[in-house]
Write a protein that binds this ligand. Structure first.
Ligand SMILES: [Zn+2]
Length: 319
């Protein structure tokens, strides 16, 4: 963990959570609360409950858990994860969970205070990932939290989940191990496809311009140069200086297309489009999956969708 104080912390939140927890402690859970929000009906309702902080982790965890655990995300599809404010319902749900998974690397600014008063074990699924530091802005020098944008890193997430699930539910340890190995093979296949697709881009079109600086790991894997308007979504107000810097980069590098992430407004990037010859190349998914009938209902879909959208945008093709 970095030694410096967290830049996004809301001082009042701790007091609010403490008050809620005191209220909850006096509440009996025998009043039927546990019957609400049961999750997928196909799962055994006695199965241990694993909560994740966001939908991407939920999907990865479900692949490892199979039918043995009930996995649910605290934040919903489309939620802004960095600056999320937990509700009393989230805290109640978390207090009844058997295990909580968070990404760590400062992704969930709200999480430290959220779990502080809970008597529920939690693990940081990015443990062991080699961090890329943020290069610019107020967060310079802190690890870029978007480690899951490299399927190679997600294989480390899977190993951490296999270990945690096996400890939680030793009777099914062999299944978690097998599920983890099978899913890691799928992750590697998507990684190979992504690198192959993006390596087709001509040298001059290897620049990825996005709203948030969420693509450092993917850019590293695929040999792209990364440029973004702001480093981390927590403060997603683009300054005139940030927009001017993106415009300058696009002009200097003749970038044909620019992109923005699904969980934020693309208005600042549209200003870049208006001021340059670049097209808007489309929406990329990073901090949330889509709904089940949307373009990226799973993590593997998310990576494939983003790779295809980037290649199509930068080569002028169809996604
Ligand atoms: Zn993000």
């Amino acid at each position: 963990m970095p030694a410096r104080p967290h830049p996004f912390r809301t001082p009042a939140l701790g007091a609010v959570l403490a008050a809620l927890l005191i209220a909850l402690a006096g509440c009996s859970s025998a009043e039927g609360d546990a019957q609400q929000d049961e999750g997928p009906a196909s799962r055994d309702s006695d199965a241990p409950v694993v909560l994740t902080t966001f939908t991407v982790l939920e999907d990865i965890a479900e692949n490892v858990a199979g039918d043995h655990l009930r996995v649910e995300s605290i934040t919903k599809v489309g939620a802004e994860i960095h600056g999320y404010e937990p509700t009393p319902g989230d805290i109640r749900k978390a207090s009844e969970a058997d295990l909580i998974l968070d990404n760590g690397m400062n992704l969930e600014a709200w999480f430290g205070q959220f779990v502080e008063g809970l008597d529920v074990p939690h693990i940081v699924v990015s443990d062991g990932v080699e961090a890329i530091d943020i290069a610019e802005d107020a967060y310079a020098g802190l690890p870029n939290p978007h480690a899951w944008m490299s399927p190679v890193n997600v294989q480390i997430y899977v190993d951490n989940m296999v270990e945690a699930f096996s400890e939680l539910d030793p009777a099914n340890a062999a299944d978690y191990e097998a599920n983890g190995e099978a899913y890691k093979a799928e992750l590697q296949a998507v990684q190979d496809e992504l690198v192959a697709e993006l390596s087709e881009l001509p040298e001059r079109q290897r620049a990825l311009v996005t709203c948030e600086g969420a693509f450092s790991y993917l850019a590293r894997d695929a040999g792209l140069t990364e440029k973004y308007i702001w480093a981390v979504n927590a403060e997603q107000q683009a300054t005139p200086k940030q927009i001017a810097s993106a415009i300058e980069f696009v002009n200097e590098n003749d970038v044909p297309a620019v992109f923005c992430e699904s969980t934020v407004s693309d208005a600042p990037m549209q200003q870049v489009v208006e001021a340059t010859d670049a097209e808007f190349g489309g929406v990329l998914y990073v901090d949330s999956l889509s709904e089940a009938d949307g373009p990226v209902p799973s993590y593997l879909d998310l990576i494939s969708h983003d790779a295809k959208t980037i290649v199509a945008g930068l080569t002028g093709g169809e996604a």
